[in-house]
Design a protein around this ligand. Structure first.
Ligand code: PGA
Length: 251
């Protein structure tokens, strides 16, 4: 089993750089021992000042612009993110897809992140479930389109986050069994696209109402290699405990 990769998605939080530094410092202080890979996907405005705090965890963006530079109001390119200390970016989070992000634009973004040496964490997931497995086909389709013509060598810089939209910001998460079913579909699709040897390099994460109490179940019974954590990443104690204890159990 790979060592878990745990990423906190701060979304548009907290309100100021002062609070962001305090959140980072306290979380880092509470992560006392871990060999896990972990990181924080933070608002672009906080990347550079947080990098100056020299956290052990990676820092990354929550999306990037489609184009490199030029007349693209409001966008930050992969090279800009990299130049202020970002080492990864989330792509295709459902909250960004809701604003018009498509699998095709995600595909273009994976290319620019790779060219800048950043990791891409590509989010996929269904709005709702049905009894005919349509949601599984939807996820397969999202993967095929967003990874279209991506070379197998790039798998080293790629993670896939399974985030069922109905479980994001919700009261309850998916069950580990529901997670497991989709993790298998994701791994099978990756193997078909890249071949087994490359596909194995891709971390498959679970995200959607991960808490201190359920985190481990997605890794142990759910078959995921890691977690993408929203609200709970804003709670230093809980996030630090997940980063620390999952390592202790899995490794
Ligand atoms: P949540 O968010 O953990 O608050 O459900 C997860 C996400 O949107 O990445």
């Amino acid at each position: 089993m790979k060592k878990p990769l745990i990423i906190g998605n701060w979304k548009a939080n907290p309100k100021s750089i002062k609070e962001a530094k305090a959140l980072l410092k306290l979380t880092e202080k509470l992560i006392t021992r871990t060999k896990n890979s972990y990181g924080y996907a933070v608002p672009d405005a906080f990347l550079f000042p947080l990098k100056e705090e020299k956290p052990r965890g990676m820092l990354g963006a929550q999306t990037i612009g489609t184009k490199e530079d030029g007349a693209h109001t409001g966008e930050s390119s992969a090279s800009m993110i990299s130049s202020v200390g970002g080492t990864f970016t989330l792509l295709g989070h459902s909250e960004i897809r809701a604003l018009g992000e498509t699998d095709e634009s995600i595909n273009a973004k994976i290319k620019s992140t790779y060219q800048e040496g950043l990791y891409s964490v590509v989010c996929v997931g269904e709005k709702s479930r049905d009894n005919h497995g349509t949601y599984l086909k939807h996820i397969e389709e999202q993967l095929k389109k967003s990874l279209h013509e991506i070379p197998g060598e790039w798998c080293e810089k790629l993670a896939i986050a399974y985030e069922p939209i109905w479980a994001i910001g919700a009261d309850t998460s998916a069950t580990p069994e529901q997670c497991f079913e989709v993790v298998i579909v994701i791994r099978r699709t990756l193997a078909a696209l890249f071949g087994m040897a490359y596909a194995k390099k891709v971390c498959v994460l679970y995200g959607g109402t991960v808490t201190k109490n359920n985190a481990e179940s997605f890794l142990v019974e759910g078959g995921a290699d890691g977690l993408l954590i929203g609200r709970t990443s804003l709670d230093p104690k809980a996030f630090a405990s997940i980063v620390t204890t999952t390592y202790a159990t899995i490794s």
